[in-house]
Write a protein that binds this ligand. Structure first.
Ligand code: MG
Ligand code: MG
Length: 261
């Protein structure tokens, strides 16, 4: 993991442009997610869309990862491979994507229901997304990294879900993964002090069942040990003038989802 690096205002603006391309990419994928779709098709669309918009996919080739997207279905938590798997009604699918633009990365993930899902699973999606925003609210100067994790963990556990410990959020910029680590659990007032012009990816990974996870034989895919469903939402966030500014966006996803209903 690359060292801690505070960004200039100009660098933050480039990451915001990168995050805009990423947000639009997610919107294109949102149009396609439905029963009957193969997850590899989403990867092809994302790859081409990012290139057509002047970016490059951050994940492809990162530590040897072979794809543009991480696609994690149901009990898969993160780092799943796009594949010939055909989405079916009742699945949930996490789509995680990164864009590199003018040398700077942005990173964002969204978990979708495929058609109608069980009400407990929908609640998991709602709580995980809400926990992301509760974490973002804590990304203010004077707070510490632990305040972000504490806000996420205390809310999620109060809803009866559990926080994955082995994977965490991260700083990013010229490198996809920079310091600091941003855990989704923690204690108030503990960890690195948050300063202006820090850019971090906040990304709660929340399980419906127990917190334990394991790695599949492909060397990448992480799934829940108890095979309960898991959700993942992520934004890239800068701290500017003391406050969080979200540099990625779900706007294009949510416009599509609203029209699907
Ligand atoms: Mg990500
Ligand atoms: Mg990330």
């Amino acid at each position: 993991m690359a060292t801690l690096h505070y960004k200039s205002d100009e660098e933050i603006e480039i990451i915001r442009e990168s995050g805009y391309i990423l947000g639009k990419t997610h919107g294109e994928l949102a149009k396609l997610i439905a029963p009957g779709v193969k997850t590899i098709e989403l990867d092809r669309v994302a790859y081409q869309f990012i290139l057509d918009n002047g970016g490059t996919p951050s994940f492809k080739g990162f530590n040897g990862f072979p794809y543009t997207l991480c696609i994690s279905v149901n009990e898969q938590v993160v780092h799943g491979f796009p594949s010939e798997y055909v989405l079916k009604e009742g699945d949930i699918i996490s789509v995680d994507c990164g864009v590199k633009y003018k040398g700077y990365h942005s990173d964002s993930a969204y978990t979708y229901p495929v058609g109608n899902v069980h009400s407990d699973v929908q609640h998991l999606l709602d709580v995980t997304k809400q926990s992301l925003y509760l974490g973002i609210e804590q990304a203010i100067t004077g707070n510490r990294i632990g305040d972000i994790g504490y806000a996420i963990q205390s809310f999620v556990e109060s809803e009866g879900f559990s926080v994955v410990r082995e994977l965490v959020g991260h700083g990013l910029g010229k490198h996809l993964h920079e310091k600091p680590e941003v855990p989704n659990y923690g204690a108030k007032g503990k960890g690195l002090k948050l300063e202006n012009n820090l850019v971090i990816a906040i990304e709660p990974m929340i399980n419906l069942g127990k917190k334990s996870v394991m790695q599949e034989k492909d060397g990448w895919t992480i799934r829940t040990a108890d095979r309960s469903p898991s959700a993942h939402f992520e934004h890239t966030v800068a701290i500017k003038k003391g406050k969080p500014e979200v540099l990625t966006t779900f706007q294009y996803i949510e416009e599509v989802l609203k029209n699907k209903k």
